[in-house]
Ligand binder design. Structure first.
Ligand SMILES: N=CN[C@@H](CCC(=O)O)C(=O)O
Ligand SMILES: [Zn+2]
Length: 418
């Protein structure tokens, strides 16, 4: 057998457990790490892995020295708002003056200001802008990404965002999972008529399904945005139409979004900073993934983070994500989020790696394809320039990726100095 690529002399090969269901509680504490390892790629897929010693007798068209460093599956970012117009640096002084996220939104800023900029941008402009951010995400080792609409709040701009996501999927080898987040904020003309707006968004779901423009439907269930009842009505309809479900739940106030996610069998409940004890217990007994976004808590300048320890210790499945967006978390760097998960969520290194690989994949319906390095799976992997897997959460704010491969092809590499 002559393989296409053999990667040898790997100090640590990270092999999260293959599981089409998310890893829960104690299972998250286990991470298989093979020391002195090697693996081979054929036709873009993982064809073999074993010890470095075994690899010496094997034949391959290309051989790559792992430099005794760390190799992991490509990371999965399961919550991003990748496509938007403009930026919101002008809101930073308002935040510094003490205005809260919801106060800025109520003044017509926040999400609503990005909605204006997204309406004004052409589809080509949005593709160019999102490409810039997507390439940066890939450079940080992310090979599977969820991307939401939600900066249109009306048919034309929502569909424009979803078409941009489709064009990105055609342009890049990274896997992009598309989510319709039409009910992301209440447009000013619908203030006091939120139910009518929900009806309009429900109307859009059918068209999006027919055009295959999104796999998931999502809603921002929050005080001053959409109520629990409105969220239930929208998500139930989305489920009937065959969408997977996601919910921005209990981010600021404990409205019961976590419980609703479990009731409806959602793939994920995201944020959960204010989730109630009951919400945590319900999630712990379910397969709904708690997608935690510590970068957002950090960027909003809050002291209280989602209760990752309670979730994991009571048996829930936890993933982490950037929540990349122009307002509440402006970073494409999932490695930085891994550090925040260690420092602020008190997650162990093993839990963190499971949270950015197999559990993140399961949060977006990709548990069979992404987040692991099983024989026969697409060879999406990262060579990390670090001495061991614990090093990445420890050394924060920089990019540790040396090479990023998708389907066995190098798509990003660090440029050497000079
Ligand atoms: N919380 C609601 N939506 C986004 C923020 C979007 C924005 O501020 O533009 C989030 O997940 O954090
Ligand atoms: Zn979000």
């Amino acid at each position: 057998m002559i393989y296409d690529l053999l990667v040898y002399n790997i100090g640590q090969l990270i092999l999260p457990k293959y599981s089409p269901k998310p890893l829960k509680g104690q299972e998250m504490k286990v991470l298989q790490v093979m020391e002195n390892a090697a693996f081979a790629v054929l036709d873009g897929k993982i064809a073999w892995y074993g010890t470095d010693k075994e690899s010496k007798t094997m034949s391959a068209k290309h051989r790559m020295d792992g430099g005794h460093k760390v190799v992991s599956p490509g990371l999965v970012d399961p919550h991003t708002h990748l496509v938007f117009g403009g930026s919101r640096e002008h809101e930073l002084p308002m935040k510094q003056a003490g205005l809260s996220y919801l106060e800025i939104l109520a003044k017509g800023g926040g999400i609503l200001s990005t909605v204006e900029a997204t309406k004004l941008a052409t589809e080509d402009e949005l593709v160019r802008k999102a490409s810039f951010h997507l390439e940066r995400m890939i450079s940080y080792g992310v090979t599977t990404i969820e991307a939401k609409s939600g900066y249109g709040l009306e048919r034309e701009t929502e569909l424009k965002q979803l078409r941009v996501i489709r064009r990105l999927q055609e342009k890049y080898p990274a896997e992009i999972v598309s989510t319709f987040l039409g009910p992301h904020a209440v447009p000013s003309c619908y203030k006091g008529k939120e139910d009518d707006f929900i009806d309009e968004m429900i109307g859009l779901l059918k068209e999006i399904k027919q055009e295959k423009l999104a796999s998931f439907a999502d809603i921002f269930c929050e005080t001053g945005v959409f109520s629990l009842g409105q969220s239930r009505r929208y998500l139930q309809k989305a489920s009937e139409l065959g969408f997977g479900l996601k919910i921005h739940a209990d981010e600021i106030d404990p409205l019961g979004g976590a419980e609703l996610a479990v009731d409806l069998g959602a793939a994920s409940a995201d944020h959960l900073v204010a989730a109630s004890d009951e919400g945590i217990n319900r999630l712990s007994k379910s397969d709904t993934v708690a997608v935690l976004l510590p970068g957002t808590t950090f960027y909003l300048g809050k002291d209280h983070y989602a209760k990752a320890r309670a979730l994991i210790d009571r048996g829930a499945a936890v993933a982490i994500a950037t929540d990349f967006n122009p307002g509440s978390c402006v970073t494409e760097n999932l490695q930085m989020i891994m550090s925040l998960a260690a420092l602020k969520l008190k997650m162990t290194a093993e839990e963190i790696w499971n949270a950015v690989t197999i559990n993140a994949a399961n949060a977006i319906g990709k548990g069979k394809e992404a987040g692991t390095l099983e024989i026969g799976q697409q060879a999406d992997f990262v060579l990390w320039d670090v001495p061991n897997y614990r090093y990445i959460p420890y050394h924060f704010g920089v990019n540790h990726a040396e090479y990023v491969y998708i389907g066995g092809r190098k798509i990003w590499g660090r440029q050497p100095y000079g």
